[in-house]
Design a protein around this ligand. Structure first.
Ligand code: GAP
Length: 480
């Protein structure tokens, strides 16, 4: 089927809801903007992606260990990290509609429209001007750019704008039960700081030698002013971050190493390299001396899925200064004490989930041998991260077939996620499993009783063959 990208994206969002992957949070109360819940198959897929990342980082690297730090941290953490002073986005409000825009999104939207009209030079100039002004924190200049280009609000259609202002993206809450004693704390906007403040605890207790890394997966919270594109930009989301501590002066070499290593991981998740590209940052964050995004070709354009940042010694030095505690490492190879430099890899789990769904979602149509048309929606999720690995389907609900199927379930379910289904015709059950991304279905029929074989059906090719029940577990495991 031919779909334009926005149609495809809308179809993916509907599919995610209809098949129990992602629901709007608190839907019965009309939802909460930019907050989502994962359903039965979504939570399974998310867990599998999380595990794939965790294993690739920790189990496959001798010199990387994991932690699980608390979401709440001492408030000074966020002063030291720079988030209290710097973690804000330039915003602008339309005075007539009262709609608030992130300045970069407003300008990018106009540039997109220019590109679609074939005015690519103007579009490129607009983006280049914007990036230069953002890099210089020149808010008056950004306002001028918006005015000069007569940018309009999509709701009111007017150019009646406020000045450009900064809004901090951290959520705050009170710690303590009595209002007078309560102190303001933040919900962490990134997991990275939990790693930095534990640098010495981990280095000493796990006896790590530089270079080494600390990995963490966990929730992060940002009061995104303009939350868009389904689970792409959320207010509550999950990050998978790794801070790699290195000797100062070696950052270029390790930055290149992690760029290549992370791209290899993306390819190992079954996504071709052509769907990705690197995008170097023009405007560097306050902590970085180099930064690059790994971008993916989403149906709504090339967008960041992961960041690789050379964070220098900014964070450790700053925590050292604010806490008064030394955060240094004695390098026995060179007989020197120093504050390590850091290369960070930071990927959003929810974004990786969305990427996986976008890549996997396919609508197929074909002509059957009798000349009639057939079609299906299939999620071609790589088998190793698919929510359900094997569907066990007795052809009939009688004649002992369910008993054999349940015996097979009992053997297989301890090894990988299996799903038993006896309702509906076999064709309907196959289609449902295609829609959930189940790579293998086995059907138990009368021949099974005679020769202990089952029919296995492959999701991607829809081909079928008979295989013996004995050895089924090993067969499926070899495919995962
Ligand atoms: N510690 C560095 C850091 O947090 P970032 O570029 O702000 O860097 C890293 O975020 C990754 O986290 C992004 O590449 C993206 O995948 C994910 N992410 C950031 N904000 C997000 C949001 N509002 N919703 C979903 N994912 C988000």
């Amino acid at each position: 089927m031919v779909v334009n990208d926005q149609n495809k994206f809308q179809a993916i969002i509907s599919h995610a809801k209809e098949y129990g992957f992602v629901f709007q949070s608190s839907e019965i109360y009309d939802g909460l903007s930019a907050v989502y819940d994962y359903g039965p198959w979504g939570s399974e897929l998310k867990k599998n992606i999380r595990e794939a990342w965790w294993n690739a980082m920790t189990r496959m690297h001798d010199n990387i260990v994991g932690i699980d730090a608390a979401i709440f941290m001492h408030p000074t953490t966020w002063k030291a990290s720079g988030h209290v002073d710097n973690f804000s986005d330039p915003m602008i409000d339309n005075k007539d509609s009262k709609k608030r825009y992130r300045v970069d999104h407003l300008i990018e939207g106009v540039a997109d429209a220019l590109s679609k009209e074939g005015k690519t030079t103007e579009a490129e100039k607009l983006i280049a001007d914007m990036e230069a002004l953002l890099a210089a924190n020149d808010y008056a200049g950004l306002k001028q750019l918006i005015d000069d280009n007569k940018m309009k609000c999509s709701v009111s259609g007017t150019c009646n704008w406020t000045d450009v202002r900064q809004f901090n993206l951290m959520f705050s809450t009170q710690l303590g039960s009595v209002a007078e004693d309560a102190s303001e704390i933040y919900l962490r906007p990134e997991t990275a700081q939990g790693i930095f403040v534990n640098f010495l605890n981990v280095q000493k207790t796990a006896r790590m030698k530089i270079p080494f890394g600390i990995a963490q997966v966990g929730k992060a919270f940002r009061n995104e002013i303009v939350a868009r594109q389904f689970i792409f930009r959320m207010r509550e989301f999950e990050q998978m971050e790794m801070q790699f501590f290195i000797r100062p002066g070696t950052q270029q070499e390790w930055y290149a190493y992690w760029k290549a290593e992370r791209m290899k991981w993306h390819e190992s998740m079954g996504i071709p390299a052509t769907s990705y590209r690197f995008h170097d940052h023009v405007k560097l964050a306050h902590y970085a001396d180099a930064a690059v995004d790994i971008e993916f070709a989403f149906p709504f354009g090339w967008k960041e899925v992961e960041g690789i940042h050379s964070r220098t010694d900014f964070d450790l030095k700053s925590h050292q200064q604010y806490s008064g505690k030394k955060l240094q490492y004695f390098d026995t190879e060179i007989n020197q004490n120093y504050v390590p430099y850091v290369i960070e890899t930071s990927i959003g789990l929810d974004r990786m989930f969305l990427l996986t769904m976008c890549h996997a979602y396919q609508e197929e149509k074909w002509t059957k041998e009798d000349g009639s048309e057939d079609s299906r929606v299939v999620l071609k999720i790589p088998a190793k991260i698919a929510p359900i690995k094997l569907a066990v389907l007795p052809l009939l609900k009688k004649e002992g077939l369910p008993d054999i199927a349940k015996e097979i379930m009992a053997t297989c379910r301890t090894e990988f996620y299996c799903f038993y289904e006896e309702k509906d015709t076999i064709g309907k059950r196959y289609r449902r499993m295609d829609a959930l991304g189940t790579p293998f279905c086995i059907t138990i029929d009368h021949q099974t009783k005679e020769d202990q074989t089952v029919t296995i059906r492959y999701r991607d090719t829809m081909t079928q063959e008979r295989i013996p029940i004995q050895g089924l577990v090993a067969f499926i495991k070899s495919k995962l």
